[in-house]
Ligand binder design. Structure first.
Ligand code: HPA
Ligand code: ZN
Length: 340
C-alpha cells in the first residue's frame, strides 16, 4: 500500500504580497500576451535574477515584474494561482495584501486591481476552501500624500478591503510619516498592519504601535535587539508575521540556522510562519514550515504552536477562529496517533 502523504500543518497565512506571487513563467507569458516589454531576454535570463543582496535588490526585480499585470483578469488569475497553491500548502485562511499603488502609478485603475482580486476572493471558500481578507499596502518610500489620496479614492469608490499595510524600502522611512493615512483608515474601521523591524531598527516597531496604532507587525524580527521592545510585544501579545525564507534570501539573517524564530517563540512572542513573496524566496508557507521544522528539529507540538499563533493573529471572527484552532488540535492528534 502506498504511504499516505501526511496532511500539511493547517495555518493562516497573514503576510503574503499577491503582487509577489507571480511565477517566472507566468511573468513571461503575461508580458507576451499584454505586449509589455520586459528587460529580460527570456525565461532563463529572468530566472538568473533571483539572487538578492538586500531588500532593495529584491524590490528592484519585483517592481519590474509586476508591470506585466494589466487587465482585471490578470489580477484575478494572479489571485487564483496563489490560492490554488496555498490550499496545497495547508493554508486554511489567508490575509493577502496588494500594492495597489504600484499599479495605479502606471495608469491601471484601482478598480481594475481590486476588482480582479475580489472576483476571486469573494469565492475563495467555495473554490479553494480558504477564507480570505484583503489588505491594501502602501509604499513607505513614496510620498504619504500619494497614499492618502489613494486611500480616499478607494474608500469613496466603495472598494471592499479589510485593512491597510505599509511595505517597500524600510530604512529612512519611519512609520510616523504615515500617521494621517492610518488615522483615516482607523476612522473607517479598517484593520491596521505595517512592516517594521525587517531591515529597520526596533524603534520603528515601537513607532508603528504608538503612532500608527497597528494591530499586527509584519516581520518584526529586529525587536530582539531591544529587550524593552520584546517585553512590550510579549505583554501586549502583539502578533508578528515572520517570513523565514524571505529573511534568509534578503540577508536579514545569514542562514536558516541563524534565524531567531525559535528564540522569539521561547521568549513568548506571538510569532507565525508566512511566505511573503513565495517564488522570490524559495517557497510557499509549507516550505517555510519545513525549513523551520528541519533546521531546528522542532517537534509537531511546536509547529502546532506556530499554527495556533497564526489563527490567533488573524482578523477572523471568533467562530471561524475556533473552528480552525480545532483543526490544528486534530492535526496534532493525528500526528501523535500516526507515531503510535
Ligand atoms: N518588505 C518590504 N516590502 C515588500 C516586501 C517585504 O518583505 N515584500 C514585498 N514588498
Ligand atoms: Zn512583506
Amino acid at each position: 500500500m502506498p504511504t499516505p502523504t501526511p496532511a500539511p500543518l493547517p495555518v493562516a497565512e497573514l503576510h503574503l504580497h499577491l503582487d509577489g506571487t507571480l511565477e517566472p513563467d507566468f511573468i513571461m507569458e503575461t508580458a507576451a500576451r499584454n505586449g509589455v516589454d520586459l528587460p529580460w531576454n527570456d525565461l532563463a535570463d529572468l530566472e538568473s535574477r533571483y539572487a538578492f543582496t538586500d531588500l532593495q535588490s529584491f524590490l528592484d526585480l519585483l517592481y519590474v515584474n509586476l508591470t506585466v499585470l494589466r487587465t482585471r483578469e490578470d489580477f484575478a488569475e494572479m489571485t487564483r494561482r496563489y490560492l490554488a497553491r496555498a490550499a496545497a500548502a495547508g493554508v486554511r485562511h489567508a490575509e493577502v495584501s496588494s500594492d495597489v499603488q504600484a499599479h495605479v502609478r502606471r495608469g491601471i485603475p484601482a478598480q481594475t486591481v481590486v476588482g480582479g482580486i475580489r472576483d476571486v476572493l469573494d469565492r475563495s471558500e467555495e473554490d479553494f476552501g480558504i477564507t480570505t481578507r484583503l489588505i491594501v499596502s502602501f509604499w513607505r518610500d513614496a510620498p504619504a500624500e500619494e497614499a492618502l489620496g489613494l486611500l480616499r479614492e478607494l474608500i469613496a469608490s466603495g472598494a471592499r478591503f479589510d485593512g491597510i499595510g505599509l511595505d517597500s524600502a524600510e530604512v529612512g522611512y519611519p512609520p510616523s510619516l504615515f500617521t494621517e493615512v492610518y488615522d483615516l483608515a482607523r476612522e473607517h474601521g479598517l484593520h491596521l498592519v505595517a512592516h517594521a523591524g525587517e531591515e529597520g531598527p526596533p524603534s520603528y516597531i515601537t513607532e508603528a504601535l504608538d503612532v500608527l496604532r497597528v494591530e499586527r507587525v509584519d516581520h518584526g524580527i529586529r525587536c530582539l535587539e531591544d529587550d524593552a521592545v520584546v517585553e512590550r510585544l510579549v505583554a501586549d501579545q502583539v502578533p508578528l508575521t515572520v517570513c523565514p525564507l524571505s529573511n534568509v534570501r534578503l540577508r536579514t539573517v545569514d542562514t536558516m540556522a541563524d534565524h531567531p524564530i525559535m528564540t522569539m517563540l521561547e521568549r513568548g512572542l506571538v510569532v507565525s510562519i508566512n511566505s511573503d513573496d513565495p517564488p522570490y524566496f524559495g517557497g510557499h508557507v509549507d516550505a517555510n514550515v519545513a525549513a523551520v521544522q528541519d533546521t531546528f528539529g522542532a517537534d509537531d507540538a511546536t509547529m502546532a504552536r506556530f499554527a495556533r499563533h497564526s489563527f490567533v493573529s488573524s482578523f477572523l471572527t471568533d467562530d471561524e477562529r475556533a473552528r480552525y484552532l480545532a483543526e490544528v488540535d486534530a492535526w496534532l492528534e493525528g500526528r501523535t496517533a500516526a507515531r503510535g
